[in-house]
Design a binder for this molecule. Sequence first.
Ligand SMILES: Nc1nc2c(c(=O)[nH]1)N[C@H]1C(S)=C(S)[C@@H](COP(=O)(O)O)O[C@H]1N2
Ligand SMILES: [Mo]
Length: 328
Amino acid sequence: MAPATTTKWQPATGELTAPTTAVEDLYVIGHFGIAHVAADEWRLRVGGRVERALSLTLDDVRALPSVRVQAVLECFGNPLRPDEPTRRAGNVVWRGVPVATVLDLAGAADGRVLWATGYDSGVFDGTRCTEYLKDLPLDVVRDRGILAYEMNGEPLSAEHGFPVRLFVPGYFGTNNVKWLRSLTVADDRPEHLFTTTLYQRAAAGSTVLEPVRSLDVNSLVTAVADGGADVRGWAWSSAEVVGVEVGLAHGGEPEDVDAWVAAELGPTVGGAYGWRSFSASPVREPGLRTVFARAHDAAGRRQPLRGARNACHAVDVEASRPPRNERP
Ligand SMILES: Nc1nc2c(c(=O)[nH]1)N[C@H]1C(S)=C(S)[C@@H](COP(=O)(O)O)O[C@H]1N2
Ligand SMILES: [Mo]
């Protein structure tokens, strides 16, 4: 069975210069390690508030009409340290069957949520879990969720969820259940480490905890050239990104930024939930030490300067390509 460890691998942000992230440059997270599921043993069970429970094989899923959508996969971060930026993201082309197709086959009722489990199990933060479990608003999954079996035109690898994973464009990685085992239409939220204990937060000005679902506005600096006079990166959000500011500082803190300049935005790479490029050519000044990027979106959200998982990204002008992390 999968080892009881969290697998983390991610490239340095300087490796993420391509508009479409190659699968080998996509970070990997598995709270219980990587599950290895044999294609011929895999089944997807669909049940709960449905007229007909289903048990689908991989051939069944592949025989259904599929869609392609390019969208960002982004990790919320370590759920035990939810305010810490981890910069794990990539923009890949997904192919799969709309979840709505399978819900219609099963004759799903209008439940409130869809529970999704994975074939992996183990211990996380001292809690034993018999499965990985998430729940998602049924209307959103019906609208844009897919049962993904390809990334960038290739079958999913074991580490990314072979043979089938759930993917909901615009939602945090944690919701995109890999090694998908079951879908259950329900009215109530399930109690589980990853649904009602971890991966929760309160909106600004509120104390009510809600599951982390829609992506925050965020950005990555991927290249700094010419001593800070050429800054490039990607920005994305669950709403349209409408601006990115690039700041240059003689110190290393966002408060040291002397001036924020508006970056030029490229088109969105992929659909509404892909990322878009930004580039800025601020006037180079001697002694510049750090560049910062700060995006804002059409929902009026702006990356905080500090103290948040999506705090603005700081990159040392001299060390824009930190060494690549080791793969597990
Ligand atoms: N079954 C299962 N699905 C999972 C996870 C997991 O531990 N088990 N981790 C989630 C988290 S936190 C993230 S960020 C994404 C990572 O997807 P990737 O490894 O393909 O990049 O998978 C999500 N789906
Ligand atoms: Mo994650």
